[in-house]
Ligand binder design. Structure first.
Ligand SMILES: [Zn+2]
Length: 219
């Protein structure tokens, strides 16, 4: 890709000034993806008003690779630090290294943060930078995700209120019923009546079945 323009720029960031370049290049969706993949978002910033990207000076080796005419880029003044600036050779300044599974196999299109990463690496600066929700771009459990949302004061879109249990009624013991068994007096007039009725019914039934049996020739 060829740069359209490139100028040196210093932007204030976290109380320090950050040097880099404001660059413009023709729009190309494929290249834009490549550009974003190569430069971690902590090192780049889109300036819509200028239709330009600000890219941190740490990314110069990557920019050299991405733009064929990088030689047009103005030199930046040397940094006011005593330490010599070196680009991490492990990640070429991107802050990302290929992810390896537990067997040491490199997983395609999967990245993990390099030790030089300004936010997540073994860098003392990381505590000063807020971690954003979109930084968690991996699968996590409901409770871990809920904890993240809670710690950033953002309502959890996946929150499910705890199920309320049906109200329990206080236990009341059943009243004790005392059953008393009595022996009926078989000599009452009502009982006598019933006995007579039963005898009549028995006689009629016997007569009826005898009649039916005779008709069928069973007797
Ligand atoms: Zn690195």
């Amino acid at each position: 890709m060829e740069l359209i323009s490139c100028s040196a720029e210093t932007i204030p960031s976290m109380g320090i000034s950050r040097a880099g370049w404001l660059i413009r290049f023709p729009f190309d969706a494929g290249f834009l993806e490549e550009f974003k993949d190569a430069i971690d978002y902590h090192y780049r910033e889109w300036r819509p008003a200028l239709k330009s990207w600000f890219v941190d000076e740490d990314c110069e080796p990557v920019l050299t690779e991405l733009f064929e005419n990088w030689r047009i880029a103005p030199r930046l003044p040397p940094r006011k630090t005593s330490k010599p600036i070196t680009i991490c050779s492990k990640c070429k300044g991107t802050g990302l290294v290929p992810f390896k599974n537990k067997y040491g196999k490199v997983i395609l299109n999967c990245w993990t943060h390099c030790d030089c990463h300004p936010v997540y690496g073994a860098n003392p600066l990381w505590r000063q930078l807020p971690v954003r929700l979109k930084d968690y771009d991996f699968a996590c459990s409901d409770s871990f995700r809920a904890w993240i949302y809670q710690s950033y004061g953002v309502p959890d879109p996946g929150y499910v209120p705890p199920q309320t249990e049906p109200e329990k009624r206080p236990f009341t013991p059943r009243p004790v019923i005392n059953v008393t068994y009595k022996v009926a007096d078989v000599n009452t007039p009502a009982f006598k009546d019933l006995r007579e009725q039963l005898t009549t019914l028995k006689g009629r039934l016997t007569k009826y079945f005898e009649e039916r049996g005779r008709q069928r020739g069973e007797y």
